[in-house]
Design a protein around this ligand. Sequence first.
Ligand SMILES: [Zn+2]
Length: 90
Amino acid sequence: MRPKQRDPLRLNQAPRCHAQTRRGTPCQQAAVGGRKRCRMHGGAEGSGSPTGNRKAFKHGRYSAETIAKRRMVAALLRACRDQLGAMCDV
Ligand SMILES: [Zn+2]
């Protein structure tokens, strides 16, 4: 499917691709509509994983649930340390 013709002036203001080039500079090509990258840096039709991809799930270490639990434990530890610090200062 070919993309529909765009107004050149609007294309000029299209969001840019920020992929890192081999020179280390950002790509700056126009990003493909609805994507963050240009056609050469992963924005092409059919590229990328399908939405809700479960094949990428290995152990859940970085799942929202696990991250929330880690934050809770960290907050609890911080509170304990604060409490202990307050007791030692007196
Ligand atoms: Zn690019």
